[in-house]
Design a protein around this ligand. Sequence first.
Ligand code: UD1
Length: 369
Amino acid sequence: MKIILAAGARPNFMKIAPLIWELEKRKKEGNLNHVQYKIVHTGQHYDVEMSEVFFKDLIIPVPDINLEVGSASHAVQTANIMIEFEKVCFQEKPDIVVVVGDVNSTIACTLVASKLGIRTAHVEAGLRSFDKTMPEETNRLLTDALCDYLFTTCEDANINLSKEGIPESKIYFVGNIMIDCLENFRLQAKKRGTSNNYGFKEKNFALLTLHRPSNVDEEESLKKIYGIIEKISREIPVIFPVHPRTRECLKSHGITNDADSIILEKPLGYVEHLNLMMNAKLVLTDSGGVQEETTVLKVPCLTLRENTERPITINLGTNTLVGIDEQKIIENFKKIIDGTYKKQTKIPPLWDGKTAPRIIDTIIGIRLS
Ligand code: UD1
């Protein structure tokens, strides 16, 4: 059996890492002699801090193949990945292509493999924001419509897929693979001392991440968010590792950082970022994965979006949707500071650090006839 693990953007790397560790572990034990795998990086993210750092931090091998597509419009980026990935499929003749998450690389590789009659598996299937203005929602819907094996993180994903007419036989509720990564590095992150290096006291700073086009591309939205963050920073210092898209937007919208207590930083590696998340008083974010990680870490999370494809982090976890509504953000911020923010936090079922073994069990059980 030949497996291709396809990834391309930062949030993909922590989802393929646990699969690689599990495959390597079983190979060392001599249990997987009939399985070969290759890592294909599409090159959607290419800055050292957005890509290479993660392969080092997550202790996974350099990709076997890098398509080096880089940035472009959605159509051009998706098309370039398809053209290059089709060549890889012809050359490598995989039995199964595994894609993760919801980025352009996910749908591009799925489309290619599916049309070539190669089996396809989607890790993190079934999440829906029901917001078609997000490019990721289109990627999720199409990827799930095409893939043969749909690995889901939660019950609402199973329900979403069923409502779309996807047969139950394709759906495998395996849990959240990102949490495998988090649990694997929890101790290392605790010892790392990243927050101390910035001079922060434990639980006395806020972490901000921001990159959604809807928040950063428009001058008005980004200025509004920055104004709110400045107000928060008068109460508590804010560390802001800046995504390259956001860096460009800050520059083009002429937003400069005049606040002493907002620290702008380059994008951070996985372990450093995990250290900041676990030690923060609160996290403000528009990322998908961060909503899940903060729920497991039991750190309050204010999500600067109107909707989420991860409602379980609100229903069971520490997350609250606040949009970019100043009143809502400040109200919740105050609750976090004075200790009245919601406390009930349960770890969602199967977010237990053992998702990769469940996925690999299923994949190696596939009959290839
Ligand atoms: C992509 C994903 C998004 C994910 C995010 C995480 C899609 C549709 N979006 O958004 O779901 O949450 O990654 O980061 O796939 N750039 C660099 N260096 C890089 C990568 C990007 O400078 O290594 C800059 C380029 O100017 C580029 C812009 O960032 O045009 C956006 O990159 P792109 O990959 O198109 O989308 P993201 O906003 O990163």
